[in-house]
Design a protein around this ligand. Structure first.
Ligand code: ME8
Length: 654
């Protein structure tokens, strides 16, 4: 008998920052898959979670002045944290793992020890690029312009004692797995792995660190913590109870049917993960699927670029189901997809408002208009109906074939072909004409019934993508619980002949594209600004000035006797200054937008007094006042340099 169990995972997310729409992409895809499998009669285990150890978390917590655990609890369980996001997106995960959970940590220690005892983990030394202020090791490829990716400072070569996993030992077996089986999907990723990593020779993998503490301690060698991949990858098994008593589902669900992962971590899942499982003599997952990224203008979303798209904001504006649908309808899962606001709005307007929404509201509206909401049972078929019926009946198989290959975009395209066919059927049968003719009532009822049946079948297939909307559609078209099932999705005539509908509200009102775009742009602009560094100062000048030249600047304390705006200038203030010489000095300064003139009168400032006089707006300015400048959230800030008022006018600064 076929084993009707299905185990699917997403990567465990690294909660160093709030998650963005890119993270949502994979989880929504996995959720659609899990829901689809449940619908088709499988017992499903859908796992997601968070990857909570490592240097970066330790550093971020330090910056925030809290412990790593406090930092993580806030970003995982706090308001608008990871758990909230999955709740918002209606993600139906059966389990959630945090790698700081006790059962996981204890299991990882056992796994590490077992691989060590087997000789697959050994002690060596790790060489890398080290950033002293951040106390972080980086690989060459992680550096940004040769500098620390976190703080931008210089890094130096350094070495530390570390444990290594004998990855090289498993190279041949992994290559066979990649080349000769369908383990890694889509197939295009196989060449990338073999050519870039296996052919050049697999190097053993560093699996412990001594340069930071926030990790699972290696229990037989204090001072070492387990580094990243042993800890992270085995989550897929510890969450089922491997090497722990917390759960007892290993027999039932391992090996996993599929791990969904982003393309940059395909290497870890398709090379390192199977090698570690081979070392532990465990069965391998059936598939790893490497999906593409959501990119913006061809580039990756990143907090530092300020271009991350906030799923909360989009869900609030357009609804969760519309957002889920957009993600899987618009981009092929296996390759990168270019996210844009226009695309999002167009997809919602075209597919959901015009095609699906309209079909449902026109059909139910006509049942209400012509039959008071309940169809009569008398029928009159026509050969015009065959094509629609055939398309609707065939949908289940066509859709299933795409879903089984994780081709969500194609599965949705199949559904929309049927929806398009149904909209065309309305034009062909012109029910509004039939409605005018009393003798055509049986024919009109047949047309509307056929439309309702088509909607029912499409809605079943759409349910994994838009669960809440589909519930509403089923209710509108009067579908009983049995009619909503997969088993009935290819059985024509499942709705009662005298079905009662309820048109109710529009499912997807058309979005005013211009207005929505303006709102989104304003929101994203504000977000970009918020992502800018709080305070930004100009880099220090590297060009030196010789001492004698510097000493030529005659800097003096000056008392501000008067200060007023210069007529017809929105920039200039005119200062009348006592520079100790007995004659007033006039200086014009372009700082009007930063100060009210009256606020400066009586203060002591600093001026360079030996600059040649300069005419500005027809007035002579004799010198320059010194100010401090910086940027705050991208905005220019200026502070006139004011000094202690006890300093007499004319005192030389040196
Ligand atoms: O890699 N589009 O965590 P992570 C699509 N902890 N997917 C994206 C994306 C985007 N713009 N940005 C990120 C880790 N992702 C590890 C995983 S698993 C044992 C350990 C995806 O939070 C990314 O490709 O950095 C990855 O699959 C996932 O989000 C988690 O990334």
């Amino acid at each position: 008998m076929e084993n009707k169990r299905f185990y699917i995972t997403t990567p465990i997310y690294y909660p160093s920052d709030k998650l963005h729409i890119g993270h949502t992409y994979c989880t929504v895809a996995a959720d659609a898959m899990a829901r689809y499998k449940r619908m088709t009669g499988y017992e499903v285990m859908f796992l997601t979670g968070t990857d909570e150890h490592g240097q970066k978390i330790e550093n971020r917590a330090k910056e925030a002045g809290v412990t790593p655990k406090e930092f993580l609890d806030n970003i995982v369980c706090g308001e608008k944290g990871v758990l909230d996001l999955w709740k918002l997106m209606n993600v139906s995960n059966d389990r959630f793992i945090r790698t700081t959970d006790d059962y996981h940590c204890a299991a990882i220690q056992k796994i590490f020890r077992k691989m060590y005892e087997k000789g697959d983990i050994y002690k060596g030394s790790y060489k890398g690029k080290y950033c002293t202020p951040c106390e972080s090791f980086w690989t060459e490829s992680q550096l940004v312009n040769g500098k620390c990716p976190d703080c931008g400072r210089e890094v130096k070569d350094a070495e530390e004692e570390a444990y290594f996993f004998r990855l090289s030992k498993y190279a041949d077996r992994v290559r066979h797995l990649l080349e000769d089986t369908d383990f890694l999907q889509p197939r295009t990723r196989v060449n990338e792995m073999v050519n870039n990593f296996i052919k050049p020779g697999l190097e053993d993998l560093c699996v412990s660190r001594t340069s930071f503490d926030w990790g699972i301690p290696v229990d037989f060698d204090p001072g070492h913590v387990v580094y990243v991949w042993v800890d992270a990858l085995f989550n897929y098994m510890t969450a089922l109870g491997y090497m722990n008593d917390k759960y007892d589902d290993l027999e039932k669900f391992w090996p996993a049917d599929v791990h969904f992962v982003g393309k940059e971590i395909v290497r870890f899942h398709s090379i390192i993960w199977p090698a570690m499982l081979m070392s532990m003599e465990l069965p391998l997952p059936k598939h790893v699927y490497g999906h593409g990224w959501l990119v913006i203008d061809g580039g990756k979303m990143s907090k530092s670029k300020g271009n991350v798209v906030d799923p909360y904001a989009l869900a609030e504006m357009f609804g969760v189901d519309a957002l889920r649908f957009f993600l899987l309808r618009t981009f092929p899962f296996g390759t990168d997809g270019n996210f844009s606001n226009e695309l999002l709005i167009n997809t919602i307007n075209i597919d959901l408002a015009n095609k699906l929404g309209n079909l449902v509201s026109r059909t139910t509206g006509m049942v209400e208009k012509y039959f008071g909401g309940t169809l009569p049972t008398k029928r009159e078929d026509d050969k015009l109906d065959c094509e629609l019926k055939h398309a609707a009946r065939a949908l289940r198989d066509r859709y299933e074939a795409e879903m089984e290959k994780f081709q969500f975009q194609n599965a949705l395209a199949e559904i929309f072909q049927v929806i398009d066919r149904a909209n065309k059927y309305i034009d062909e049968t012109a029910p509004w004409v039939l409605g005018k003719d009393e003798t055509k009532r049986a024919r009109l009822a047949t047309v509307l019934y056929n439309l309702l049946e088509t909607i029912r079948i499409c809605t079943t297939a759409l349910t994994p993508f838009m669960p809440e909307t589909c519930d509403k559609i089923f209710a509108k078209i009067g579908a009983c619980q049995l009619c909503r099932t997969w088993d009935k999705a290819n059985v024509w005539g499942s709705l009662r002949a005298d079905v009662t509908v309820q048109k109710g509200e529009n499912l997807f009102p058309r979005i005013d594209s211009d207005q929505a775009l303006r709102e989104l742009e304003a929101m994203q602009e504000a977000q970009k600004k918020a992502a800018l560094p709080a305070v930004e100062v100009e880099p220090l000048d590297t060009e030196s000035v010789d001492f004698d030249t510097f000493c030529k600047n005659d800097l003096r304390a000056v008392k501000i006797k008067n200060c007023e705006s210069v007529k017809k200038s929105d920039k200039l203030l005119k200062f009348t200054l006592d520079d100790g010489s007995g004659t007033d000095r006039i200086i014009l300064s372009g700082i009007r937008k930063f100060y009210e003139p009256a606020d400066l009168i009586g203060k002591t400032a600093v001026a360079i007094v030996n600059l040649p006089p300069r005419k500005m707006m027809g007035q002579l300015s004799c010198g320059m006042l010194i100010s401090a400048v910086h940027k705050e959230k991208g905005e220019e800030k200026l502070h006139l340099l004011l000094v202690d008022d006890s300093i007499p006018a004319g005192a030389k600064l040196c």
